[in-house]
Ligand binder design. Structure first.
Ligand code: SF4
Length: 162
């Protein structure tokens, strides 16, 4: 897994068009981690820039067969999510109680997702759902994501803390 530390105050790029794009997702409004069941664009823009430290996590996955797209989509999201939870546990052990994790894709931690979220302590809201432009933010840090996605794709998550 590739990681990079960053300064949330300086390097996060928000764009309200990202929130609008969320509405074209089949999960919009149907999960406890997706808009409009989470905080607003203004809320996250204010909140996320308050943290002192940030770390981006990027994992590469390869889609061997088109028929396995759904399965790999879920599995890849969970691999990243579990890594983020591990990172957060480490921070908590060191006393960093103010923290937040943002995942890649909708949260898949529970067998059945509910609205509202029944397990917010384990939830990972998708980065995009907060209004962060992931592609532009990574590009600013010198990490480039290529589109459209074919065989190789990347899951991106982040953890922010004080
Ligand atoms: S923790 Fe469970 S209920 Fe909450 S958003 Fe994730 S999958 Fe849904």
């Amino acid at each position: 897994m590739q990681t990079k530390d960053f300064d949330p105050k300086k390097e996060l790029i928000f764009d309200i068009k990202v929130c609008e794009a969320c509405k074209s997702c089949k999960r919009y409004g149907l999960t406890g981690c997706c808009p409009p069941n989470i905080g607003t664009f203004e809320y996250y823009k204010k909140l996320l820039k308050k943290y002192a430290y940030g770390k981006i996590l990027v994992e590469k996955f390869i889609l061997e067969e088109e028929s396995k797209k759904m399965e790999l989509g879920k599995q890849s999201s969970l691999v990243l999510h579990k890594e983020l939870l591990k990172e957060r546990d480490e921070l908590l052990k060191k006393g960093h109680y103010f923290n937040v994790i943002l995942g890649g894709g909708s949260c898949k931690m529970c067998d059945k997702c509910t609205v509202p979220c029944k397990c917010p302590q384990n939830r990972a809201i998708p980065i995009e759902a907060t209004g962060i432009n992931v592609v532009a933010t990574l590009a600013k840090m010198g990490m480039w994501l290529k589109f459209p996605v074919h065989k190789v794709f990347y899951r991106v998550g982040m953890i922010l803390w004080d």
